[in-house]
Design a protein around this ligand. Structure first.
Ligand code: PLP
Length: 224
């Protein structure tokens, strides 16, 4: 079995290649290490190899795992990439540097309220249901403009990015390209898409950050 540090080096190399193919500089994109269901020790190993940006999909799990690590390492950037309940909005705003999953009006309101209360200022992205899948979270592509206006004008939020998880039973490229068009239309500086199986395709389509778990850490443990 390869180590996290070797996996990371190989992923960064593949990322650089894909980014060059899209005519950009490798420094312009970022690897988010998705550490959900992985033990704290794996996060520490990634840290030793130079990784600083991490993604978690549950507030409580992230809080437990990163409590000490965040105090020890100042330059960590923690992203929430999973669904957020409104009653956890304040916890999320306190803990995360980036919240990628703003996906409905009452959550936008709860996050805005938590930001006012805590004085914290996390980067905020809207999750887009780019495949229009009924079971999936996210704003439908044709409702994005309206929702961004709502976030800005009704909640006073600054949204700087969009993220998606494309349908898993279809080639991802058309969805990644559709996301890139939306990001450009709405002048989003962050475009979060691409996971272990498809991060190179996402980068060729214009992703500015990819969320990679399994290819970096290995298979996830069943429960934390
Ligand atoms: C788990 C997860 C990932 C990482 O998936 P891998 O296939 O393990 O790379 C990326 N994004 C989100 C939103 C996830 O929940």
């Amino acid at each position: 079995m390869t180590s996290i540090s070797e996996n990371r080096r190989a992923i960064l190399e593949r990322m650089s290649q894909a980014v060059r193919e899209s005519g950009r500089e490798p420094e312009s994109v970022h690897l988010i290490a998705v550490s959900k269901f992985q033990p704290e020790e794996s996060v520490r190993e990634a840290l030793r190899s130079g990784q600083r940006v991490f993604g978690e999909n549950r507030v409580q799990e992230a809080k437990t795992k990163f409590a000490t690590i965040k105090q020890e390492t100042q330059d960590i950037e923690l992203h929430l990439i999973g669904p957020l309940q409104t009653n956890k909005a304040e916890d999320a705003v306190r803990l995360f540097d980036v919240i990628q999953t703003i996906d409905r009006p009452n959550l936008a309101e709860a996050v805005a309220k938590a930001i006012r209360k805590t004085g914290r200022n996390p980067r905020l992205y809207v999750e887009v249901n780019i495949g229009n899948e009924p079971q999936k979270a996210g704003i439908a592509p044709d409702k994005l403009a309206e929702f961004l206006t709502y976030c800005r004008e009704k909640c006073g939020l600054t949204i700087t990015g969009i993220m998606c998880i494309p349908p898993h039973d279809a080639p991802p490229e058309p969805f990644f390209k559709a996301m890139k068009i939306l990001a450009d239309q709405h002048k989003m500086s962050h475009l979060s898409m691409g996971m272990s199986a498809d991060f190179e395709a996402a980068l060729r389509c214009g992703a500015t950050e990819v969320r990679v778990g399994t290819a970096l850490f290995g298979e996830r443990k069943v429960t934390p």
